[in-house]
Design a protein around this ligand. Structure first.
Ligand code: HEM
Length: 495
């Protein structure tokens, strides 16, 4: 009877060590009421302050471990990478919407290694990325032209440029000047990705059996959403892939990640699907992330004019005003480099990373982390931890320079891209895009607060919730710095 069952449960659940500390839950439902639905990183930060670097909650038998320090993230994700590199099955984003074939949600295994190996070959280090410097420079110059023509559409220009760069690398596709269908698809799909995979956003992720509820059922609106979002995703994955296949058939496919894997080969159905989804993973990973960083650069420049002036003075002194900066200048621009680091620290693109999953039982530091636990790094706090960064809410590139014998603060690029075998495979591409956008934009534009009816408008700093966080839309004024700057912008960008 029930009694025997409960006794069995009690014994089978005997744990070899206590769980890491965390807020006390209720019987049965556990910490369901503690799970934040928006900006989970702020709640996780409170847990970190109260319970230490590794905390634990349990919701209906699902264990969730939150890591609030770089040290803890390295101990688990790097040093024990054989047991902490898996991803959980996400009922909403993965299964219902269909992102489970994308690299970000792929379980740890052969398929995962195949995607990563091929992506690494193309954009896995700075030297491999050098091949694409030219594309980065041309597309960023085109970005300057668009911003000059229509500064009020800044965010859309940033999206367009990020999409243009990644689509050339992933699929050899050159975007249209306006209303490109693939850019539009990526925008919609990535917004839906971010919303569908956000921690705590959908009950079905905590109670997977809800997935079986029919669409008409009260409260099952998530199923209708999932069906719509699935359609966008399928189009985003299939359309550019078909484009490459058509180009290959016509003998006109330019070099790209996809053409390289397809051309001259006969693929099995499984390989075909792997090529398609690994290319889509690149496209998805590259279409929305750097957008957040570059948009936040403009926000920071609007808010902190002194930083802007320092970077501009450095660029003027090193590059001059007769040409645009290029990657060849990078090593000679230390302040600009520090500025890029500070933007990546201050605006946390992936505040809770992408959730990992424990593939084995572990006892860590005397605490029990059962197999199947979800492990989430609080990257937001790691980049705002006063133990690592002095006055973390202050925007201060100087923290990354040698200051009168004081060591620079910790390189945020060792944190913001995640950890271990799941570390962001696009980090060199992201870094190149953010750097060239920063250097070129500051070389030719002055960014400042908008004045409306004689009143200066100060934008609010309020990042959006979701897996990929963006600055809330804001207004700023973007003007060319001089007649020379206008001439540089207007030069032919097809070199
Ligand atoms: C500022 C820009 C970016 C940031 C801050 C960022 C950050 C991250 C983070 C935190 C993760 C999760 C790592 C983990 O699980 O521990 C990740 C994964 C990933 N990123 Fe990025 N990323 C950026 C740009 C890009 C770009 C440009 C691409 C593609 C070209 C890309 C492709 C991916 C992919 C495919 C994954 C999944 C990797 C896996 O699960 O094995 N990311 N990124």
């Amino acid at each position: 009877g029930v009694g025997v069952y409960m006794v069995k449960q009690a014994f089978s659940k005997k744990k070899p060590a206590p769980y890491p500390p965390g807020p006390l839950g209720w019987p049965l439902i556990g910490n369901i009421l503690d799970i934040p639905h928006i900006k989970a990183w702020l709640t996780f930060t409170k847990w970190g302050k109260k319970y230490g670097d590794i905390s634990h909650v349990e919701v209906l038998g699902q264990h969730i471990i939150v890591l609030n320090s770089v040290k803890a993230a390295i101990e688990l994700f790097d040093k024990k990478s054989n047991m902490y590199s898996d991803r959980p099955v996400l009922p909403m984003g993965g299964e219902l919407v269909g992102w489970n074939f994308s690299l970000g949600l792929l379980p740890y295994g052969d398929r995962f290694r195949w995607y990563r190996k091929n992506i690494h070959r193309v954009i896995g280090n700075r030297a491999a990325m050098d091949v694409y410097n030219h594309i980065e420079e041309i597309e960023t110059h085109r970005f300057l032209k668009r911003v000059f023509a229509k500064p009020e559409q800044l965010q859309s220009h940033i999206r367009h440029t990020a999409g243009a760069i990644i689509l050339r690398i992933s699929h050899g596709y050159e975007v249209k000047e306006n209303n490109d269908p693939f850019i539009d698809l990526a925008d919609r799909a990535m917004d839906q990705f971010s919303r569908s995979t956000a921690i705590g956003a959908f009950m079905v992720d905590i109670i997977p059996s809800l997935a079986k509820v029919p669409e008409w059922f009260p409260g099952a609106g998530f199923k209708r959403l999932a069906r719509e979002w699935r359609q966008t995703l399928e189009e985003m994955v299939d359309a550019p892939y078909q484009f490459v296949k058509d180009q290959i058939a016509a003998g006109i496919a330019p070099m790209s990640f996809t053409s390289n894997l397809l051309e001259g080969r006969t693929l099995s159905a499984e390989e075909d699907q792997m090529v398609k989804w690994s290319a889509a993973s690149l496209y998805a990973g590259g279409a929305d992330t750097t957008v957040s960083t570059i948009y936040s650069l403009f926000l920071a420049m609007t808010l902190f004019p002194d930083v802007q002036k320092k970077a501009q003075a450095e660029i003027d002194a090193v590059v001059g005003t007769a040409r645009l900066p290029s990657f060849a200048d990078r090593d000679s621009l230390p302040y600009t480099e520090a500025l890029v680091k500070e933007v990546l620290r201050w605006n946390v693109v992936a505040p809770t990373g992408i959730i990992h999953c424990a593939s084995e039982d572990d006892i860590h530091d005397g605490y029990y982390i059962p197999k199947g636990s979800l492990i989430t790094p609080n990257i937001w706090f790691m980049l705002n931890d006063p133990r690592t960064y002095a006055n973390p809410s202050q925007f201060k590139p100087e923290r990354f320079l040698d200051n009168g014998g004081k060591d620079p603060e910790l390189e945020p690029r060792t944190i913001c891209f995640g950890f271990g075998r799941r570390i962001c495979p696009g980090l060199h591409l992201a870094d190149a895009s953010v750097w060239i956008s920063t250097a070129m934009s500051l070389a030719v534009f002055d960014i400042s607060k908008v004045v409306e009816k004689g009143v200066e408008i100060t934008p609010e700093v309020d990042p959006t919730s979701g897996t990929i966080s963006h600055p809330k839309p804001f207004k700023c004024s973007i003007k060319p710095r001089s007649a020379k700057a206008v001439a540089l912008i207007q030069q032919d960008a097809n070199y």
